[in-house]
Design a protein around this ligand. Structure first.
Ligand SMILES: [Fe+2]
Length: 166
């Protein structure tokens, strides 16, 4: 990763003759091969219990199989009205990357070091690996897109959220 200088890279447009497949980013990092994949919205693809949480109906976008386990993406709708006992369990995930985009509705979440955040349609955030968080409320129509690396990862429940300072 170090010699890739990711933080300093700039988008460039180059000539095909300048391309060296052996120098491609995926090759340098040894990432799994990816193949083209597309899916379309079908209500019947939302399955309760398919994702991590029983209170969500999840549409798996099929990334895991076509990225060799590198990534997963899903759209989650609410399968049940908010219930703190089932939903508000503080936890963190051992991941490489985790992005959330709110497609519909609204929710209240707490993030370690950032306090309680209200999120709504169009809100988008990245949860750094290991950040402790908890969902405190959601609307019945709350729907999110999540992109997570790798496709399979561990989640650790914790007894309570740390105190938010400042
Ligand atoms: Fe989480």
């Amino acid at each position: 990763m170090k010699d890739l200088n990711l933080a300093e890279r700039k988008n460039r447009i180059l000539d095909e003759k300048d391309y060296n497949p052996a120098e491609a980013l995926g090759e340098k990092l040894g990432w799994p091969k990816q193949v083209f994949h597309m899916s379309h919205l079908r209500d019947e693809d939302f399955k309760v219990g398919a994702g991590l949480r029983s209170y969500a109906a999840s549409r798996d976008l099929g990334f895991a199989a076509v990225t060799g386990g590198l990534a997963q993406a899903h759209v989650n709708r609410r399968a049940k009205p908010f219930n703190a006992k089932d939903v508000s369990i503080p936890h963190f995930h051992d991941v490489l990357f985790h992005m959330v985009y709110v497609l519909k509705g609204h929710a209240k979440c707490e993030f370690e070091g950032h306090g309680v955040c209200e999120v709504r349609e169009g809100s988008c955030w990245i949860q750094p690996p290991g950040i402790k968080h908890v969902i405190l409320d959601y609307s019945d129509d709350y729907e999110i897109l999540e992109v997570i690396l790798p496709a399979q990862y561990d989640t650790f429940n914790i007894a309570k959220m740390p105190e938010n300072k400042g």
